[in-house]
Design a binder for this molecule. Structure first.
Ligand code: FEO
Length: 390
């Protein structure tokens, strides 16, 4: 395996995890990368490493351009083990190489590895490595307290670590080898499922990076951005500003089909009002995919039949998942059928209210089977409520 040149004396030396399908709970359709980069300057500099298990790939790629023992500097932009996992291995191989991390990065790396000599750098601090001067910008909470990015003004490269990342394994590293929609969808899915709870801090971090002259964004996951830089920046601006689409997402589970009929009636009501609809049986689609549509929707409907005086575990799991991601500014609908009891719509409504989301209509309950006239009533209820706000 060889290093992949991205600019003169700057190489991708990371690893492709082709078969990864689940990244700590997130659905990953096409694998990912652990992007590490090597700069050949007077001081040979490694920016980030790879997940443990991929260190041979890292070492082989480095060895294709230089003896890894010649590395002088290791920069750990982030403590999460997909990037810092091999820092200790590299330290053991090159004990004299100096390791740099953010102030919080020093803490997390020592928490992960025990005693490791780390030089903590402040936000805006610079490091001369020969012809180049690197600048470190802290990007706290995008998405850990320790995140930072490294900028080379001579190369006009931002080594962005998780920022602008996408879970893809691109054998051709540069963005334009792939359809823009595919890359931006993966960037959105990545951001919304790990960073969106910290939108305000992400906004601050991005504002701090806005003035940089950037030709390449060398991410730690997925493509290297070159041609799509304005597009991915626009995507992030839209996400940090919580911009909404005229869209409804209907998520449900069903025991005997009645809650499913309710879900379809709700979806039809939105469709008849000209609103884009996504309808998901929660068992058929990964929550990270569903949330990628939920995050910028104006409306969210969640339905479960009553089950043991509560809601189905599948929908309870979905509510738990989105609770951590703090969706904002959407009108909600809670619904579900029941044979006796009938608590589920109220319980869902309570959960959604706990997220500070306002209901579009009171909880909708359906006794046993949703007949055509019931579906028509549900549609009318939703359409009437929509008429009052649009
Ligand atoms: Fe890709 Fe937060 O690690």
């Amino acid at each position: 395996m060889k290093a992949i040149k991205i600019k003169d004396d700057v190489y991708f030396v990371g690893a492709f995890d082709w078969n990864l399908r689940n990244f700590h709970g997130l659905d990953v359709e096409t694998g990912t990368t652990y992007g590490a980069y090597l700069i050949l300057d007077e001081k040979v500099t490694l920016i980030d490493t790879v997940k443990v298990g991929f260190e041979q790939e890292l070492l082989q790629r480095i060895s294709s351009v230089i003896d890894p023992k010649k590395i002088d500097i290791i920069i750990a932009n982030h403590g999460e083990p997909d990037h810092s996992g091999s820092v200790k291995i590299m330290h053991e191989l090159v004990p004299n190489a100096k390791i740099y991390a953010s102030v919080n990065g020093e803490k997390s790396l020592k928490g992960i590895f025990g005693d490791l000599p780390i030089t903590a750098v402040k936000n805006g601090e610079t490091l001369n490595i020969g012809k180049r001067t690197l600048t470190f910008y802290h990007t706290q909470m995008v998405h850990w307290p320790d995140n930072m990015v490294t900028y080379s003004s001579e190369d006009k490269i931002l080594f962005s670590n998780d920022v602008f990342g996408q879970h893809m394994a691109p054998s051709k590293l540069f963005d334009s080898f792939y359809p823009k929609e595919q890359v931006l969808y993966q960037a959105k899915k990545y951001y919304v499922n790990i960073v969106s709870p910290y939108n305000k801090m992400a906004k601050k971090a991005l504002e701090a990076l806005a003035g940089l002259d950037i030709e390449l964004i060398a991410t730690a996951h997925g493509v290297v951005f070159k041609d799509y830089i304005p597009d991915v920046k626009a995507l992030y601006a839209s996400l940090v500003n919580n911009e909404k689409q005229n869209k409804a997402v209907v998520v449900y589970d069903s025991m005997w089909g009645s809650t499913k009929v309710m879900a379809k009636a709700i979806a039809e009501a939105f469709m008849e009002k000209g609103i884009l609809v996504y309808l998901y049986n929660v068992n058929e689609t990964d929550q990270s995919v569903i949330f990628t549509e939920v995050v910028d929707a104006k409306y969210l409907a969640v339905g479960s039949p009553t089950f043991n005086n509560g809601i189905l575990p599948s929908i309870a799991g979905f509510l738990t998942y989105i609770k951590g991601l703090i969706p904002q500014d959407m009108k909600t609908i809670s619904f579900g059928s029941y044979g006796w009891g009938g608590q589920s719509p109220e319980l869902i409504a309570k959960e959604l209210a706990g997220l500070n989301l306002e209901p579009l209509v009171p909880p909708i309950r359906q006794y046993f089977t949703t007949h055509q006239k019931d579906a028509d009533n549900i549609k009318l209820t939703i359409k009437t409520a929509l008429d009052q706000i649009i």
